[in-house]
Design a protein around this ligand. Structure first.
Ligand SMILES: C[S@@+](CC[C@H](N)C(=O)[O-])C[C@H]1O[C@@H](n2cnc3c(N)ncnc32)[C@H](O)[C@@H]1O
Length: 259
C-alpha cells in the first residue's frame, strides 16, 4: 500500500482536533496509563536518563518524564507541535529539548537510554527502516517503547459499534482510519512489529496496552462522570500489563531491549 507523501502535513493542520482528543476521557486514559508504564520502565534503568521521543509531537508523553528529572529530547517534523511541547514543558516548570527533523533523514543526536516512538509508524510507508533508525538511537542495554493502534482491537470495536459486517470488512482491510486526523493509516499487528523489532536487534521484553476496557464500551456518556471515569482508569491500570488483556487493548505498547 502507498501512503501519500503529504501524510505528515495533516498533523500541523489538525492540532486543534488533537488537543480536543487528548482531553476526552479516552485520551486521558491513554496518557495516564502510559505515564504509569513509562514510570515503571524508567524506574528499571535509574534516575537522570537520556530519553528521546521520536514523533513526540506536543510532548504529552515527554513532559511528565522531564518533570521527573529525565533529560528529554523530542524529535518531530512539525514546528507547531514542537512549540506546543515547549509551552507544555514551561507550564510544568521544566524543559524539553526539541529538534525539528524527519525520521526519514534522522539527524545525528547520539544514543539514548530510552527511545519512544508512539503513534508514528502507522503513518509511515514501512516499519522496517524506521525501526532500524530507532535501534540506532538506542544505546546497548537501553530500551525502546513503540506504541500503535491494535488492529485486532479495531475489529472488536467495529463489531461493538457497527455489527458483524463492519467487523468482517475491517478484518479484511489493510488500512484503517486515524480518527482524529481523518486519514487512512497502515494496520501494523503487534505480532508483525514484534518480529520487525527482533530482526533489528531489539527483542520485545515486555508488553502493555491501554484502552482495554474503554474500547469495549459502546457509549461514551458515562465516561464523563468522574466516579465512573476513576473506576474505568483504575481498571485500565490494573489490566495494562496483564495477559490476555494486553492482546485486545485498543492501543498496544511494546518494550524492546537493545542487545
Ligand atoms: C499521532 S501524533 C503522536 C504524537 C505523540 N507521539 C503521542 O503519541 O502523543 C504523530 C506525530 O508524529 C510526527 N511525525 C509524523 N511523521 C514524522 C516523521 N517522518 N518524522 C518525525 N516526526 C513525524 C507528527 O508531526 C506528530 O507529532
Amino acid at each position: 500500500m502507498v501512503l501519500s507523501a503529504a501524510v505528515t502535513d495533516i498533523f500541523s493542520d489538525q492540532l486543534a482536533a488533537w488537543r480536543a482528543y487528548t482531553e476526552t476521557p479516552w485520551g486521558r486514559i491513554r496518557y495516564q496509563v502510559v505515564e504509569e508504564t513509562l514510570r515503571r520502565e524508567t524506574a528499571r534503568l535509574g534516575p537522570g536518563l537520556r530519553i528521546l521521543d521520536v514523533g513526540g509531537g506536543d510532548g504529552m508523553d515527554a513532559v511528565p518524564l522531564a518533570v521527573r528529572g529525565h533529560d528529554v529530547t523530542i524529535l518531530d517534523q512539525s514546528a507547531r507541535w514542537l512549540e506546543e511541547a515547549r509551552q507544555r514543558a514551561a507550564t510544568a516548570n521544566t524543559r524539553v529539548r526539541t529538534v525539528l527533523g524527519d525520521l526519514s533523514e534522522p539527524p545525528p543526536l547520539g544514543e539514548f537510554d530510552i527511545v519512544l516512538c508512539h503513534f508514528v509508524l502507522q503513518y509511515r510507508p514501512a516499519a522496517a527502516l524506521d525501526v532500524a533508525r530507532l535501534a540506532d538511537y538506542t544505546r546497548s542495554g537501553g530500551v525502546a517503547s513503540v506504541m500503535l493502534p491494535n488492529p485486532a482491537a479495531g475489529v472488536l470495536r467495529q463489531l461493538i459499534l457497527a455489527g458483524p459486517r463492519a467487523a468482517l470488512d475491517d478484518l479484511d482491510s489493510e488500512i484503517t482510519n486515524a480518527v482524529t486526523f481523518g486519514h487512512p493509516v497502515r494496520k501494523i499487528p503487534a505480532v508483525e512489529l514484534d518480529a520487525t523489532l527482533g530482526q533489528a536487534g531489539m527483542p520485545v521484553v515486555r508488553r502493555y496496552a491501554t484502552r482495554i476496557a474503554n474500547d469495549l464500551l459502546a457509549t461514551n456518556d458515562l465516561k464523563y462522570d468522574s466516579v465512573y471515569f476513576n473506576d474505568l482508569l483504575a481498571l485500565e491500570l490494573a489490566l495494562c500489563d496483564q495477559e490476555p488483556f494486553v492482546r485486545i487493548g485498543g492501543m498496544y505498547q511494546l518494550i524492546c531491549s537493545k542487545t
